[in-house]
Design a protein around this ligand. Sequence first.
Ligand code: ADP
Length: 416
Amino acid sequence: MKNSGSAQPTSDSTFVTFARDEPKVFSKPQPPPWKILIVDDEEGIHDITRKVLEGASFDRREFRYFSAYSGKQAIQLCKDHPDIALILLDVVMETEYAGLDVVRFIREELQNTAVRIILYTGQPGIAPEQDLITNYDINDYKVKSMLTSQGLSTTVISAIRTYRDIQVIKDQRDTLQKTMEDAQIAQKARYQFLANIGHELRTPLNHIIGFSEILLDSPLTERQQNYIQYIRQAGDDLCAVLNNVLELSELTEGRLVLKESLFSLRTIVAGMMAFLGIQAQWKNLQTSYVIADDVPDMILGDSVLLKQVIANVVGNAIKYTQQGEIHLDVTLFQDHPSQLLFAVRDTGIGIRQDKHDDIFQAFALAEDAIHKEFSGVGLGLTISKQIIEKMNGEIWLESKPGEGSTFYFSMEYHAG
Ligand code: ADP
């Protein structure tokens, strides 16, 4: 066996020798040549162009020439070789404007905007240069008889350089696109994983919450009552996190749709504020709300999702406030009369300006997670933003560290 380097046992069988390989010739793979298409019905133009450019190269890549003698042939070659870098194109061939038809076909039908096209005409003045450059997507216009050899080489090289630069930008864009797609796939997998875990956790969690509720109704010492209360609260907190995780995976898969029905806004807001007020009381925080008189009561919308946004935003206001108060205002949005505006003001820790956008990204926390004083996973605002956007609204905030925050969110509504 010649080229395999196989082991050959010797008579002594403790040694092996190797068959000598044939000498191999290693050569560096050549980069592909730049493809140049010459389109002209005069044979002589093909010969002279190749002669002038003989031996020319750019960026250590040689030139490879293709010849077409009519517009029709040129179109076929462009279809077969989408990586042609440059076309030197005659205008008058089988028809008076055959070359211009080729330009139109390449740019409009093939959607190829990268290939450089130089009109290379023998009849100056048949179509005015200015008009051609303005009306057709060509890159240069040269009159054959006026072009010296030097001029032709310079024109060709600079056109190929531009083509190369376009390819570099295209490659970078493709890489970026691929990276973004990979990131989206990874993000989706992460949500899916969380959703699976979430479903697994739900049943035991419901047992914890349910049995602590039963225990709270039984005779207990004050101390025991407090402990169970903590267990119950921890269960509720975990449940809120789980709901957010599950909701987010629904949202990212585009499965969440608004379920609209007629509801009383005042009843929903009162119910939510009463529910959230209990958590606030445990921290000795005051809660209040005002719904402006001109806000209609019966609203057509998705009350479940609205409740979720209120729970997230007001819940955060309570979570990130140690003393003071939380106030909710509901008004008609002056900027968009068909929308309601909710403003949730707190006297909490506030958020640095440079975090105002980040906190709406999944898993983003305003504080450094390692030094975190408050528990949170960074999903509530991401979900709220997506829900609000589904309701054609916006969510934003005003906040300064140490001075509290006001979160605003708007939603489109139809009075019922
Ligand atoms: P979570 O509260 O679960 O961490 P969110 O998405 O609701 O997730 O909030 C993201 C981050 O924004 C929080 O971790 C917190 O750092 C910050 N944040 C949100 N609301 C407030 C608020 N009212 N006051 C101060 N910081 C807040």
